[in-house]
Design a protein around this ligand. Sequence first.
Ligand SMILES: *[C@@H]1O[C@H](CO)[C@@H](O)[C@H](O)[C@H]1NC(C)=O
Ligand SMILES: *[C@@H]1O[C@H](CO)[C@@H](O)[C@H](O)[C@H]1NC(C)=O
Ligand SMILES: *[C@@H]1O[C@H](CO)[C@@H](O)[C@H](O)[C@H]1NC(C)=O
Ligand SMILES: *[C@@H]1O[C@H](CO)[C@@H](O)[C@H](O)[C@H]1NC(C)=O
Ligand SMILES: *[C@@H]1O[C@H](CO)[C@@H](O)[C@H](O)[C@H]1NC(C)=O
Length: 349
Amino acid sequence: MQLVIVFLLSALLPLSLSHRQDPLGWLYAPRAQGYFLGTLQADAAAADCPDECDCPPSFPVAMYCDGRGLTAMPNIPSRIKYLYLQDNAITAIPDSALSNATNLVWLMINDNQLTSEAIDTKVFLKLGSLERLYLQHNNLSSIPVNLPRSLRDLRINHNMIEKVTPADLEGMDNLTIFYLHDNAITDIGSSLKALKSLTLLDISGNRLTKVPEGLPEHLHQLYLESNSIESLPEGFLGGFNQLEYIRMAHNQLTDKGIPPSTFNVSGLVELDLSFNKLERIPSVSSTLQHLYLQANKIKEFTLGSFCGLMDITNFSKLQTLRLDGNEISREDIPTESALCLRQASTIEV
Ligand SMILES: *[C@@H]1O[C@H](CO)[C@@H](O)[C@H](O)[C@H]1NC(C)=O
Ligand SMILES: *[C@@H]1O[C@H](CO)[C@@H](O)[C@H](O)[C@H]1NC(C)=O
Ligand SMILES: *[C@@H]1O[C@H](CO)[C@@H](O)[C@H](O)[C@H]1NC(C)=O
Ligand SMILES: *[C@@H]1O[C@H](CO)[C@@H](O)[C@H](O)[C@H]1NC(C)=O
Ligand SMILES: *[C@@H]1O[C@H](CO)[C@@H](O)[C@H](O)[C@H]1NC(C)=O
């Protein structure tokens, strides 16, 4: 719209008035130049676009090469910001492949055949603007080195990663989403501590035997299901201030492994402890809305786990409670539960 106005304006100006004299020249000249450059760029888009990819003229900063049976990296013009390479059979990323692609903001290269050995060490070094990196469903055995610190969303789930070290993630101050699920991680040490902005962490489907140390304090969602965790550290949830969703289904948790009051922290909305070895219902906060405890070994319905002091004004916010696949039946639920669990619309036994 601005461009049109500028052009109309210049058309109305007397011919004798050159740009140099025109008091408004500074205003439209650079823009007009930008406009012509843009057209040139769109034309160039067709010329420098590799045959195997699509570069839409209407969106000259994107290049689509997904699902084309590629086994090697295409040439990437330096103007590209959004690069789609997923669903191919690419086996390697040599240092040269991304050396010109320094403007990349998104790199989708998930669902390929990448191994860690075949990603050269300097591949990511110059990608200072990269925010989104999708590497899931490859054959990686470690987190690639020299990942850009600018990343906000890193997905590296469904690989064969066994270990994560602090150096892998150091300085990633803006990382918000981190998918690490379905790998073979046994040890993650305190590598996650550095991730100041992390809100969603998914490490489910790994081989953890304990909760990672130093979890970032701003987490909203923590997914740890399908590991081999037997116990939780004392005060495990004390350090978080925004944690709402915890999923720990399919672990080896026992009553003994859960310190009293672990889950009696306010703010929690959903807690999934299904498919563990619990014999009692753990105490939970009155703010909790969804509690999944199916397929444990629970033998008794302890109303006190939901409602500390019976208080007319302070009842549980629980809406969903799943207790099916345990060792109790509906008769084990005391009638006074209705007073405390007055918002529970689903109680499955
Ligand atoms: C990078 O850019 C240079 C100069 O434009 C060019 O010679 C080279 O072939 C490019 N490399 C790749 C991998 O595209
Ligand atoms: C990647 O893993 C799959 C499944 O394990 C295997 O079939 C394939 O050969 C592997 N590819 C490479 C390049 O190692
Ligand atoms: C994180 O984001 C802020 C604001 O967008 C930016 O100024 C900063 O450079 C980013 N940090 C890194 C390590 O890229
Ligand atoms: C949870 O902790 C509060 C104090 O923070 C306490 O009043 C309440 O009784 C506890 N609830 C349960 C079920 O233990
Ligand atoms: C309900 O109990 C919590 C502690 O569990 C307390 O902080 C809150 O003030 C109580 N609310 C009312 C209305 O009594």
